[in-house]
Design a protein around this ligand. Structure first.
Ligand code: NAD
Ligand code: ZN
Length: 356
């Protein structure tokens, strides 16, 4: 197991990565007056209770959980469990449980410590690190949230054995994104280990989750509240959000949309900022090896979404992306491995070609 320290705003916590990392939870909870667990019902059934004797609220994971009702339920649970500001709330599940648990912890009694125990690949490499929390509003995804750094993160790669193939591949979309942002060493390692990753080889998983956490931690420490450099983590995401919105939320898993977004961003970078075609080829090959579509054509075919993912619907989805001004979407593009530029506009002709 490896431990990655994250020092932010006068606080320091560790992300522990490796098979068996979740068995550290009881030790991290020791010394707290009370401990309560927000658990994904499926994860608790598959992998057991995490900390014996702790009050536990089991919930059904998924976007509907990240709602006002879900938040109220968790806050009421914190109150019923008698938590004080010195207590610990543990979020044990995928990114939806982590986002909700983190937000509830940031609100209960004006701030309670949260221990993140992410159980999906996506949550281990992305959602659990960096302190962003959120719920959805009827007006859109992640519109109400906070920054609340966790007291610790336990990325137990052994828990990933029970993930469905679809959820696992979706997580690989974010792995590939983070590897490109990380630079040649991270990208090269992901290329080398992709075959073992899809076999869910524990050593490969631990090496790659560790590398992704290191990349994300470095970016987050440079910009904890996403005022600038942290937006690099949105590589491929302007296209991905347009795909998710045109398809209807939930129709295409987030990481799958990110994968197609990476393919499109690579082509855009080649056309506008001198990125080598080799980077596009490496990106496409990695996506294919991960079982992910790398183009809109492939995505439409796999999901039968030809009627929804039209160029016009995608263009409208881009216009609504919250990261850019209405009508003038901005893109994060990679000129090379580890060389990411932000705030790039793309001209309408190129957009039309990419969205065709
Ligand atoms: N806060 C951030 O910085 C950040 C970053 C990226 C994504 N997110 C958020 O993360 C969410 C997506 O996370 P997710 O993909 O983990 O979704 P999720 O929590 O819905 O989990 C996906 C599915 O996997 C199941 N599952 C979880 N762990 C499992 C395991 N070990 N074995 C078997 N099944 C398991 C869940 O029950 C669920 O059905 C989105 O809401 C997104 O907005 C947040
Ligand atoms: Zn993402």
């Amino acid at each position: 197991m490896v431990s990655i320290p994250i020092a932010l705003e006068g606080q320091r916590h560790e992300v522990i990565v490796g098979a068996g990392a979740s068995s550290e939870a009881p030790a991290l909870a020791a010394g707290r007056d009370r401990v309560a667990i927000l658990a994904d019902r499926r994860v608790a059934a598959l992998h057991g209770p995490l900390i014996d004797g702790a009050s536990t609220l089991e919930v059904d994971a998924g976007e509907p959980l990240k709602s006002m009702d879900g938040l109220a339920q968790v806050l009421d649970f914190c109150a019923a469990a008698g938590l004080s500001r010195g207590s610990l709330l543990v979020a044990y599940g995928g990114g939806t449980v982590g986002d909700l648990g983190g937000l509830a912890a940031s609100l209960f009694k004006r701030g309670l410590d949260v221990l993140q125990v992410p159980t999906t690949l996506l949550a281990q490499v992305d959602a659990s690190v960096g302190g962003k929390t959120a719920i959805n509003l009827p007006a859109g995804k992640n519109l109400a949230g906070s920054f609340h750094q966790p007291a610790g993160v336990l990325c137990d790669t052994a828990l990933l054995a029970t993930l469905s193939d679809a959820e696992f591949s979706s997580g690989l979309g974010e792995v590939i994104k983070t590897s490109i942002i990380g630079g040649e060493a991270a990208l090269g390692q992901t290329e080398e280990l992709m075959g073992s990753l899809i076999e869910r080889d524990p050593r490969a998983l631990t090496a790659v989750v560790e590398a992704c956490v290191r990349v994300k931690a470095q970016v987050v420490v440079s910009d904890p509240e996403e005022r600038g450099p942290r937006r690099a983590l949105n590589l491929g995401h302007t296209f991905a959000h347009a795909i998710e919105s045109a398809a209807g939320y939930g129709a295409v898993p987030h990481g799958v949309a990110v994968g197609v977004g990476l393919g499109l961003a690579a082509r855009a970078a080649e056309a506008t900022c001198g990125a080598p075609s080799e980077l596009t080829e490496r990106t496409v090959l990695l996506l294919e090896r991960a079982g992910l579509p790398s183009s809109l054509g492939a995505l439409r075919g796999v999901y039968g979404l030809e009627e929804r993912l039209t160029p016009a619907a995608l263009r409208a989805g881009l216009a609504h992306d919250k990261k850019g001004a209405v009508g003038a979407p901005e893109f994060v593009l990679a000129r090379g491995a580890g060389d990411v530029i932000m705030g790039q506009p793309l001209d309408e002709d190129l957009l039309a070609e990419l969205l065709a």
